[in-house]
Design a protein around this ligand. Structure first.
Ligand code: NG6
Ligand code: CA
Length: 513
């Protein structure tokens, strides 16, 4: 480039700063975006969040080079509603049918709706999702042997390679774009959740065939020596091998990056780890000393390292925004007897937080949350209150795509907080488990709800209190001292605010058909 041309460009960019402001210039950057989404990974499960019994160097490196958020949340304490909210920018509790889905559920995000992926697609990004989906597929009458749609490709993704629901739910096959991968004419796939199909053995009838035994549920069709939730028959050649799942998904994620990086791309890399069944590859088995749950954390750390190494190899790390987070808090026994409880030792999956997956306590939704974008996100730490539901409006602002009125009603543009420029973050956030909770600064209010305080099957405190609860997280981060009696005025104020936010759903919400 000539000196004149260079000078002209420099002047132009200064004019840009003066006219458009810094935010618009940031918006003009259009980084690649890689969202690495762990499953059931707790706040205390990685060493950069305080774990001492296990080391996660690749995740720690991301944290060193980026911003480590200490009050970052998934929108819900379970998978489907968290993902629904993250992709649509709408709290899942506003909509019926967004709870943990069976593997034969229909797609719960209507085609044509504004999603995290559709926003980026409309800005010219190549968009892909690899890994766990769990938002349903098809329109209610799905033939797994035919064209599988609508699915991700109908709501803003250009490419998908999916675990349709969860590792512990049938069908145990991968779906690439509109087809089951590796389907052969060896008997059509049939899937049911209400009654057995075919004549394949179940864990309930033939437990002697199992390599891992269920602790609760998970006693239906046996695939790869593991009994699952739900029944399936057929599709033998297409069935996945759990031990190879992390390698397979990572390979597909890396392939997508390699194919797409000539233009801006968005990869939603939705890992299966560390969800049950925890069946890591043999090279991780026994490496953590903590049983399969710890070994799965090491495998997850490996997957993250493969992605960052790919960005380095392609020399695009500096122009890639990487986000690492989890869909909900941790659980130790989630239905299989896999030694996780026995070998936990001193490890605390939720770190200093109370509760875990399924829980209204902070352990339910406060998760590891790291953002790295060299030159744009100041490395360090922030206690700004943020949520995955904010991604939609953040990327819309970043790539300058307007959001239509009524879309993404609960998403906030928190770019400044994600860039580490402010520690302010959200003024408030609704946390969702079996009841709703409201966060405002350090205050946390859990709405009254009936139900057991402790869930013995999973060994987790639910956070349900018939009279509600109020905590001051500044002095009481472990949510031990319920202040409802001492601070009735605060309870009334927060209950009223929560009611207001709930009501907003009825008036503001508009879903495009
Ligand atoms: C529960 C399953 C649990 C897990 C969870 C969903 C039983 C007894 N428990 O119903 O194992 O699959 O659903 O997890 O079936 S999530 O991370 O996808 O939300
Ligand atoms: Ca999960």
């Amino acid at each position: 480039m000539s000196i004149i041309a260079r000078t002209f460009l420099t002047v132009l960019s200064w004019v840009g700063i003066l006219v458009l402001g810094v935010d618009s210039l940031l918006a003009a950057e259009r980084p690649h975006i890689v969202l690495i989404y762990a499953d059931d990974l707790g706040y205390g499960d990685v060493s950069c969040y305080g774990a001492t019994e296990i080391a996660t160097p690749n995740i720690d490196q991301l944290a060193r080079e980026g911003l480590r958020l200490t009050d970052g949340h998934s929108a819900s304490a379970t998978c489907t509603p968290s993902r629904y909210a993250m992709l649509t920018g709408e709290y899942a509790w506003r909509r019926k049918g967004t709870g943990v889905l069976p593997g034969n559920a229909r797609l719960i995000i209507e085609p044509g709706r504004t999603t995290l992926a559709s926003v980026l697609q409309s800005a010219g990004y190549k968009t892909g999702v690899v890994g766990k989906w769990h938002l349903g597929l098809g329109d209610g009458n799905l033939d797994w042997n035919g064209e599988i749609k609508p699915g991700p490709l109908e709501i803003g993704f250009d490419y998908c390679y999916l675990v349709p629901a969860t590792g512990d739910r049938v069908p145990c096959v991968y779906v690439e774009n509109h087809r089951v991968v590796g389907l052969e004419p060896d008997g059509p796939i049939e899937v049911r959740y209400d009654a057995p199909v075919g004549d394949e053995p179940t864990g309930k009838e033939l437990p002697e065939l199992l390599k891992i035994h269920p602790s609760h549920g998970h006693d239906m069709t046996i695939v790869n020596g593991i009994s699952r939730i739900g029944y399936m028959s057929g599709g033998q050649a297409a069935r996945w091998v759990d031990e190879e799942m992390a390698d397979t998904l990572t390979d597909k994620a890396v392939g997508f990056i390699e194919r797409s990086h000539a233009e801006p791309f968005f990869l939603f890399f939705s890992l299966h780890d560390i969800h049950v069944p925890r069946v890591p590859h043999s090279r991780f088995v026994g490496q953590s000393g903590m049983g399969p749950r710890g070994d799965a954390i090491l495998q997850l750390n490996w997957c993250v390292g493969q992605i960052t190494a790919t960005l380095d190899r392609l020399d695009i790390a500096d122009e890639t925004l990487v986000i690492f987070t989890s869909d909900n808090g941790p659980v130790v026994d989630d239905g299989y007897r896999d030694d996780a409880v026995e070998k936990l030792g001193a490890h605390r999956p939720a770190g200093p937080l109370r509760g875990g997956k399924y829980s209204a306590f902070e352990g339910g939704t406060r998760v590891p949350f790291i953002v790295r974008w060299p030159g744009h996100v100041a490395p360090g730490e922030s206690d700004a209150l943020v949520c995955q539901i904010d991604f939609l409006r953040c990327v819309a602002a970043l790539v300058d795509v307007p959001i239509e009125a009524g879309d993404a009603p609960d998403s906030e543009n928190q770019l400044e907080a994600f860039a580490g420029k402010t520690k302010q973050g959200r003024k408030q956030l609704v946390e969702h488990a079996r009841t709703l909770a409201l966060r405002q600064g350090d205050w946390k209010y859990i709405a009254p709800a009936n139900g057991p305080a402790f869930s013995p099957a999973v060994g987790i405190e639910t956070g349900l209190v018939a009279t509600g609860a109020l905590y001051d997280l500044a002095s009481d981060p472990g949510e031990r001292h319920n202040l409802t009696k001492e601070r009735p005025e605060k309870v009334a104020e927060m209950a009223a605010e929560l009611a207001k936010i709930r009501h907003r759903s009825a008036t503001d919400r508009r879903v495009k058909q």
